[in-house]
Design a protein around this ligand. Structure first.
Ligand code: PRP
Ligand code: URA
Length: 208
């Protein structure tokens, strides 16, 4: 499945500020949430609706509401946490699961340390959140774990994706739609994305 690249001017403008090394922690955090909120609009495009009867001040009308209990957001810790408030501002009733994972600095393989998902996942559409898809290792492992709980569907929402990561991810999970704001050029020797934005977790939490 080809990724959806959200080239909306508002997203691209915010992304350029995010990439800028002069952007400080406070603004970086705000921008990650704002971009996640705008991207969530696309990620939720196919949520099922149901008819409801509403009484307007004028008359009764058959209107639409989102049907049933639907969504679960699953951020990959740490950096995915930076997207949670943004998406919850659009879908405040969604459940939130967490997957803890970091990349080994030598091998660049994901090391997982935490997993807590809503127990009614088979009733839910899952949107996995992580700003960066680099080698794809973390995203592939996270979706492997989530699929074991039998969710209705899975999408992966990231801000920047490397071609190498997109390739690996779509091979491992051809059924999972990837939505990103940019596909960047390549990975460097340390598996960081070029031009990228640096280390997303460190920039969100101010740890470097
Ligand atoms: C970053 C990022 C992804 C992962 C992407 O997390 O948030 O989870 O790297 O790289 P990959 O596609 O090569 O697996 P990191 O390991 O830096 O952990 P952190 O969020 O705790 O800083
Ligand atoms: N993780 C990040 O935070 N940034 C990258 O460029 C690659 C992985």
């Amino acid at each position: 499945m080809n990724p959806i690249i959200m080239d909306h001017p508002l997203i691209q403008h915010k992304l350029s500020i995010l990439r800028d090394k002069r952007t400080g922690t406070k603004q970086f955090r705000e921008l990650v949430n704002e971009i996640a909120m705008l991207m969530c609009y696309e990620a939720t495009r196919d949520l099922p609706l149901e008819d409801v009867v509403i009484e307007t001040p004028m008359e009764k009308a058959v209107c639409k509401k989102i049907a049933g209990r639907n969504l679960a957001f699953v951020p990959i810790l740490r950096a995915g946490l930076g997207m949670v408030d943004g998406v919850l501002s659009l879908v405040p009733t969604a459940k939130v699961g967490h997957i803890g994972m970091y990349r080994d600095p030598e091998t660049h393989e994901p090391v997982d340390y935490y997993c807590k998902l809503p127990d009614d996942l088979p009733m839910r559409d899952v949107i996995v959140l992580d700003p960066m898809l680099a080698t794809g290792g973390s995203a592939i492992d996270a979706v492997d774990k989530i699929k074991k709980f039998g969710p209705r569907s899975v999408k992966f929402l990231c801000i920047i994706a490397a071609p190498e990561g997109l390739d690996a991810f779509t091979k491992a999970h051809p059924d999972v739609e990837v939505i990103c704001a940019a596909q960047d050029r390549q990975l460097n020797d340390h598996c960081y994305i070029l031009p990228g934005l640096g280390d997303a977790g460190d920039r969100i939490f101010g740890t470097k």
